[in-house]
Design a protein around this ligand. Structure first.
Ligand code: C2O
Ligand code: CU
Ligand code: CU
Length: 490
């Protein structure tokens, strides 16, 4: 069992493109390549932990890209045929969570790349700056594959965010996850009859309860909850507030000071912490106050620590002491409920021993030969989706692909201050009803929506909707057939 605060925070390597070219329309395209392979991670003292990783590491390499540069990413499945511990066949599908990608590049669960093949994913990167992440989305195996290590951050930059917020080494990814270890140091998996996996070890960027040495200045942290089930209520040990500046879909209209925030799987919050007010030598912890229906252990209330140093601060960089209040408007946050053509109501619930969403499961979508949809907005339609959780026993982080949405309300009240920005995952807590406002723009085709508690998703809380398609239309962006996996060209 590792002990808290024994190792330093590791920053995943930033992936370099193999080349950058101009396409026929004169646009920049960067070509990347990632190999999905087994690897060994040093997490538990004296043992090596087998993982499956993008380039063999967990978290995988960070992709960092400027708005307007397109990416073509070749993803090679070089994993063993079957999972060495859990025994399922390792077909993969890669989703770039937070990107309005075409359906055939969106990691559709049933669009699988088998061992030995590769798939070329195209990412447009035209959206506002944001923290995205890429992770496995293989049908009915997502929880196992993400837990085994197939997850990483992806940063989309733009000039607005570059000018406002700390950059470089002061812009720090924090990928938080939880795990449980067997006596031999391997990852054990127990999802409690598909309700959730609750690890007793908290990892940040793959290290247990790490420490980051910080200068006496403002830092930006991109906090991603990559736990497959656990939600957190993060807070600083000083009880000082942090400043939330961005949500899943990027900058908020205005920053928000909060002393704690509820953070479910797949949500991203970017926060600023001003360490200049603490004397060198101070240790500040990031803690987890937890939420209802999580299983907690002795040290799951701790996450990581920041040790304030006296390393000199470069005060020529204005972000060293800037906490901006006005950030950026966005088409999502400018939407008005009156623009909505339709309101749809969807329930998340347990039904005959299965998790269902909007009255369906992915098994039913498969049985319909991928025709069944739970909503069919036209291209550019604005809609309100009301998501209801009538249970007191479960919370469900609901994720809708393709769109960014605005949270209008939760149980008739305004959303929490830290949620007042563009989102693609919403925490639908016990007994909660949320209303979401969104515009179905950019692409026609079929997209998934699901619970991001991954054992729920796999069993079988996932549905799909179509944008701009009529029954019987030929779909040029069919998510399974439009850009299939193929052998590596020589
Ligand atoms: Cu982060 Cu459909 O997933
Ligand atoms: Cu997504
Ligand atoms: Cu759920």
């Amino acid at each position: 069992m590792p002990k808290p605060f024994q190792s330093l925070l590791k920053i995943p390597p930033v992936l370099a493109p193999e080349r950058t070219l101009l396409d026929s329309a004169g646009r920049k395209v960067s070509y990347y390549r990632i190999r999905q392979t087994p690897g060994l991670a040093g997490v538990v003292p004296r043992f090596m932990t087998p993982v499956l990783g993008y380039n063999g590491i967990f978290p995988g390499p960070t992709v960092s890209v400027e708005q307007g540069t397109r990416i073509s990413l070749r993803m090679d499945n070089l994993l063993p045929l079957v999972h060495p511990q859990y025994g399922h066949v390792l077909n993969t599908s890669t989703h770039l969570h937070g990107s309005a990608s075409l359906p055939q590049f969106d990691g559709y669960a049933s669009d699988l790349t088998p061992k030995g093949l590769c798939k070329d994913y195209e990412y447009p990167n035209f959206q506002p700056a944001r923290t995205l992440w890429y992770h496995d989305h293989a049908v009915h195996k997502t929880a196992w594959n993400v837990y085994s290590g197939l997850a990483a951050q992806y940063h989309l930059h733009d000039p607005v965010e570059r000018a406002l917020l700390p950059q470089g080494r002061f812009d720090v990814p924090l990928t938080v996850s939880d795990a449980m270890f067997a006596a031999d140091g391997s990852l054990s998996f127990n999802d409690n009859s598909h309700s959730g996996l609750w690890g007793d070890v908290i990892l940040v960027n793959g290290s247990p309860w790490p420490v980051l040495k910080v200068q006496r200045r403002v830092y930006r942290f991109r906090v991603l909850n990559a736990s497959i089930s656990r939600s957190y209520r993060f807070a600083l040990s000083t009880n000082d507030p942090v400043t939330v500046v961005a949500t899943d879909g990027g900058l908020m209209p205005a920053s928000q000071q909060v002393s704690a925030w509820r953070h479910a799987s797949a949500e991203r919050y970017e926060i600023l912490v001003d360490f200049s007010k603490y004397p060198a030598g101070t240790r500040i912890e990031l803690r987890n106050q937890s939420n209802k229906n999580n299983v907690d252990y002795d040290f799951t209330n701790r996450v990581m620590a920041f040790d304030v140093t006296d390393e000199p601060v470069n005060t020529a960089d204005h972000t060293w002491k800037t906490i901006p209040t006005v950030l950026a408007s966005s088409t999502t946050m400018d939407l008005k409920p009156a623009q909505a053509k339709k309101t749809r109501t969807m329930r998340v619930q347990r039904d005959n021993g299965r998790w269902t969403i909007a009255g369906t499961t992915w098994e039913e979508v498969i049985r319909s030969k991928y025709q069944k949809v739970v909503a069919d907005p036209d291209l550019n339609d604005v809609e309100i989706w009301q998501v209801e959780n009538h249970s007191g026993g479960w919370f469900h982080p609901v994720h809708i692909h393709l769109v960014d949405f605005q949270i209008l309300s939760r149980n008739g009240k305004p959303p929490f201050p830290y949620e007042r920005g563009p989102k693609d995952v919403v925490y639908v807590g016990e007994g909660e009803t949320v209303r979401l406002l969104m515009k179905f723009e950019h692409h026609r085709g079929k997209y998934m929506m699901h619970c991001h508690n991954l054992p729920h998703e796999d069993h079988d809380m996932m549905a799909q909707f179509s944008v701009g398609l009529k029954i019987g239309d030929v779909d040029p962006n069919d998510p399974i057939t439009a850009a299939p996996a193929h052998p590596e060209p020589d």
